[in-house]
Design a protein around this ligand. Structure first.
Ligand code: TYM
Length: 379
């Protein structure tokens, strides 16, 4: 917990993100490192042109990414690890770290462990049964596969079905973590159920699965938004006590929702574009979005809009305009009042519609591939 939600200020936990997010302050308070120009240059040596999410500082913070590169340059491969808590349909914000993870898999040839925490969502959401979160896990896996991960190098771990290996590693991890550590990292209460107190040990497991299976230490890099960081702080503490490498992280910012401020969140469906929305539904939501525009067209033409606070502009920035030159034009046309919000929204809606149609096609094709991706080792 970073600040008190009731004051309307920043709150960033794995289960809640609200208020105005100050990413520089998060770097300080979470004790991570900014991704600086020097590190970007180093990454560029391996990736060729930098991925837009790095160029645009959407991935902005890390822990031990330089060490991962040291290892890689010394001839050691690393595994990637990311995941999803299946509590509902996937939205386009979730795709941000997954698209970047696929890029890393392509460039570095890494194996990926993708964890589906149907157990976590069952434990934290009183209204959800385990049957429901498990069926959502299979549904959400279609989105993961649709992103295009290499089936030969990607394993999706269905938590509630992976008992043996997951449980044996989790109890070894859990033995080294105290209740007070978990309470401090996650802000749990005396009244929290004991499942959720234990759960961080489960989310730690995939950091070490490859090392466990290989019988020797394998570095692990976790791409995710910064809300998941409390899990990694706890995991990094425990890793050396178990003889494992500390997992490294690369953190991204949040794709905002379509309202004023705050991240895209499924709990506010009208400000959230789900991957299963039809292009028409998405268009309607985009049309109703908050923008950085002026109250009247006349004022907008005269004074221009404010792209910095505008979710529509952010969607171009995060996902829908990869060309930096064209993005700058969109920004300039807004600032100078050359483009009005309606036109800007309609152009974006067209792109979002095309993206959704393509994604949904791949999502359907994924139904026949799902078995290939599921992690099967039980012990
Ligand atoms: P979950 O399902 O809340 O989120 C899945 C992933 O999406 C990121 N994310 C976002 N990224 C950009 N913009 C947004 N608006 C946005 N909202 C969510 C999250 O940071 C996450 O990377 N406990 C996890 C599941 C999990 C996991 C992991 C995630 C298990 N192991 C390892 C990352 C890495 C969860 O509930 O994620």
């Amino acid at each position: 917990m970073v600040e008190d939600e009731e004051k309307g200020e920043m709150v960033v936990t794995p289960w809640e993100v609200s208020g105005e997010i100050d990413y520089e302050r998060l770097i300080e308070e979470f004790g991570t490192q900014p991704i600086d120009d020097q590190l970007l240059e180093r990454i560029k040596k391996h990736t060729g042109e930098l991925h837009p999410q790095l160029r645009r500082r959407i991935f902005f913070s890390h822990r031990d990414l330089d060490w991962i590169l040291d290892m890689y340059e010394g001839g050691r491969s690393f595994v990637l690890y990311t995941g999803r808590g299946p509590s509902g349909p996937v939205h386009i914000g979730h795709l941000i770290p997954w698209i970047f993870t696929k890029h890393l898999q392509d460039v570095f040839g890494s194996k990926l462990y993708f964890q589906m925490t149907d157990d976590e969502k069952f434990l934290v959401k009183p209204e959800l049964t385990l049957e429901k979160t498990n069926s959502l896990a299979y549904d959400n896996a279609l989105d993961v596969i649709a992103v295009g991960f290499n089936p030969k190098k990607t394993k999706i771990i269905m938590d509630s079905e992976s008992g043996g290996i997951l449980y044996k590693l989790a109890i070894r991890i859990a033995k080294r973590i105290t209740f007070s550590t978990i309470k401090a990292a996650f802000g749990l209460e005396e009244s929290s159920n004991i499942g959720i107190i234990f759960f961080p040990a489960i989310q730690a497991v995939p950091c070490f699965i490859e090392s466990h299976l290989e019988g020797e230490n394998v570095p692990c890099l976790i791409p995710a938004a910064i809300d998941q960081d409390p899990y990694w702080r706890v995991t990094r503490d425990v890793a050396p006590k178990l003889g494992y490498y500390k997992p490294a992280q690369i953190h991204c910012k949040f794709l905002p929702g379509l309202g004023k401020g705050g991240k895209m969140s499924a709990s506010m469906p009208e400000t959230c574009i789900f991957t299963t929305d039809t292009p028409e539904e998405a268009k309607k939501k985009l049309w109703n979005a908050f923008t950085g525009g002026r109250p009247t067209a006349k004022e907008q033409r005269l004074h221009g809009g404010n792209p910095t606070i505008c979710p529509i502009y952010h969607y171009y920035y995060y996902l829908f305009e990869p060309d930096d030159k064209r993005l700058e034009e969109i920004r300039w046309e807004c600032r100078t009042g050359k483009t009005l919000c309606g036109e800007c929204k309609l152009r974006l809606a067209e792109r979002v519609g095309r993206f959704l149609t393509e994604h949904q096609k791949k999502r359907e094709e994924a139904r026949d591939k799902i078995e290939e991706y599921i992690f099967k080792i039980k012990d």
